[in-house]
Design a protein around this ligand. Structure first.
Ligand SMILES: *[C@@H]1O[C@H](CO)[C@@H](O)[C@H](O)[C@H]1NC(C)=O
Ligand SMILES: *[C@@H]1O[C@H](CO)[C@@H](O)[C@H](O)[C@H]1NC(C)=O
Ligand SMILES: *[C@@H]1O[C@H](CO)[C@@H](O)[C@H](O)[C@H]1NC(C)=O
Length: 549
């Protein structure tokens, strides 16, 4: 579970030391974030606070795909507005128009292209890129929608491209989520702050005394001036830090909860991120278009030939679209599981382990509510972090969910039930009946990228080991979805998190559920906890991997 001491043989210590050194040098060079992991600084001696020199999850070989963060997290430079808000990108003056001449109707299976010109509040065209626009092609009467590709030409113009995937009416909609100037604020804070939130650790002594301190992913973000308690997960090497309580020992930490959102912005930053300039629809630049059917007898959808869903498939772009409220993947033949019997038939004999955040708990809740015979087991844990379990005894189905462990913004929850994903994965034998679903991201946007990268390196190694001992295990990665629009969590961070998630697992035989696009393709308001319609489609896509035919 959690160790308080760094146990390390001399040889291993040396190897670990070298790995850390190489890693630090490498990351210092390729991603200038100020909170890259450094070996814990010497701390005041304390009997119970350990001073471990062992590395975090670097006992694993670092995946090549995650190595070049500069490359992976590239976003066009955003020079800022020089203090003049009127010079930031405005959703009111920015416009888009068709790239070519308008046509009376468009061929199914083709593309619609448009040029977007970003302008500031004075109407002056922007000369640099970096704005976060999201574009959609919507077919409201058909409950259809697809997210458009937005290519940043880095000179104030953007190329929009929409595949024409259904016959009927379609309408372009473009939103400015954050101006490039606002993205500049997010990026600066992401790189420079060790944490934008803190947590509470609750200690209890033998006589019932309670002491509460600040905890965080980084010793300096605990605000401690004295000794620090360091908690090291023995399975993952992950570290967690709390200020040492005044009288109680480090090993009396019993409870965990979120703390405060820290004030990390200036008034100017806040103006750039204010709700009245965030997530705003641009004036309509293109009239609704008519997409005509293909040859008689052809389908009214432009679905390419698709293979049955299986892990390890290359990603498609876009990854899919909605039609009549049903998600059609473009990378494999996703299926609908519209009846309870369909779902039961697919899950029969399976044990599903879901580990992640509350957006993944929604999958557990959806299944448990939709399938009456899938009964929740009362584990007497009324905590947001679970663990949750539901069983169907006739069909032999077990459905588990638990939170992914520190860092977690949650109500007060027992530390003992915060298991790391690596620890849980290490305890699974795997096999054709085992399904693992991971859904992380939303709780990592409040720290620099190195924190998530380190976590993913450990989880990736554990997934690789699981697939090596039992290749028939199905591992599904749920990407993070759209929702938050603030300095603590924003679509911009989420996009970056998803790049890291994709990179971390790109060479493993895992399946991805692109929750980002599944929450970006309909005319529904963004919500960190998406509506049931979207959750149903996400779960149907999961089931498509479990039961491809
Ligand atoms: C990382 O990527 C950047 C940008 O693509 C490139 O300039 C740099 O040389 C790369 N660094 C390494 C170490 O590969
Ligand atoms: C922006 O860049 C694109 C691609 O290089 C170019 O075609 C276009 O003319 C440029 N637009 C402006 C306003 O400079
Ligand atoms: C946050 O800090 C800035 C100065 O850095 C200050 O201007 C602002 O008022 C503070 N906001 C709050 C809510 O305390």
């Amino acid at each position: 579970m959690v160790a308080f001491t760094g146990r390390c043989s001399g040889d291993k210590m040396l190897t670990v030391g070298l790995v850390i050194l190489v890693w630090i040098l490498y990351f210092k060079m390729s991603w200038p974030d100020s909170t890259i992991f450094r070996p814990p600084a010497p701390r005041p001696a304390s009997k119970s606070a350990s001073v471990s020199t062992e590395s975090p999850s670097l006992l694993y070989s670092f995946p090549q795909e995650l190595a070049n963060l500069t490359h992976l997290l590239f976003w066009p430079p955003t020079p800022g507005d020089g203090g003049n808000l009127l010079a930031s990108t405005s959703p009111q003056t920015s416009t888009y128009h068709l790239r070519g001449p308008a046509q009376a109707s468009y061929a199914l299976g083709g593309y619609l292209e448009a040029i977007l010109v970003a302008r500031d509040y004075r109407g002056k065209p922007k000369t640099h890129g970096g704005d976060l626009f999201r574009a959609q092609l919507l077919g409201p009467d058909l409950k259809a929608g697809v997210s458009g590709d937005v290519q940043d030409l880095e000179n104030g113009t953007y190329l929009l491209s929409f595949p024409l995937l259904w016959a009927g009416l379609a309408q372009v909609q473009v939103r400015l989520i954050h101006s490039s100037e606002a993205v500049g604020v997010l990026r600066r804070i992401w790189r420079e702050k060790r944490a934008t939130v803190d947590f509470r650790g609750y200690f209890r002594g033998p006589t019932g005394t309670e002491e509460t301190v600040i905890c965080n992913v980084d010793p300096q973000a605990t605000g401690a001036t004295g000794p620090i308690c360091q908690y090291r997960d023995v399975d993952s090497g992950e570290l967690w830090f709390c200020a040492q309580p005044p009288t109680l020992p480090c090993n009396s930490l019993i409870w965990h909860s979120s703390g405060h959102y820290l004030n990390v912005t200036t008034l100017h930053d806040e103006a750039l991120l204010a709700w009245k300039v965030t997530d705003k629809v641009l004036p309509q630049g293109i009239s609704p278009i008519q997409i005509r059917m293909g040859a008689p007898g052809n389908s009214n959808l432009a679905l390419p030939p698709r293979r049955p869903c299986s892990p390890g498939l290359p990603a498609a772009k876009p990854s899919g679209f909605y039609h009549r409220d049903v998600w059609h993947s473009l990378s494999c033949s996703s299926r609908s599981f519209s009846t309870v019997d369909n779902i039961l038939g697919c899950l029969a004999g399976r044990i599903v382990y879901m580990m992640g955040d509350s957006t993944l708990r929604q999958w557990w809740e959806y299944l448990q509510h939709t399938v009456p015979s899938l009964k929740p087991v009362d584990l007497h844990v009324p905590y947001q972090t679970g663990p949750l379990m539901a069983v169907e005894t006739n069909r032999g189905i077990v459905l588990n969910w638990r939170a992914h462990g520190w860092p977690l913004r949650s109500l007060r929850t027992p530390v003992a039930s915060l298991h790391s994903v690596v620890r849980e994965l290490g305890g699974l034998a795997g096999g054709p009946r085992t399904v693992v679903v991971l859904g992380l991201g939303a709780h990592f946007t409040t720290f620099p990228p190195s924190i998530f990268v380190r976590r993913l390196a450990g989880i990736r190694a554990a997934v690789a080991a699981l697939l090596a001992r039992e290749p028939r295990t199905l591992v599904v990665i749920k990407l993070a979805n759209t929702g938050y629009k603030s300095v603590y969590g924003s679509d911009w961070f989420t996009l970056q998190m998803n790049r890291l998630l994709r990179a971390a697992f790109s060479d493993l035989r895992v399946a991805f559920v692109d929750a980002w696009e599944m929450t970006s393709s309909l005319a529904l308001p963004d919500n960190i906890h998406p509506s049931q319609l979207i959750v149903r489609n996400e779960v149907d896509f999961l089931l498509s991997f479990i039961c491809p035919t």
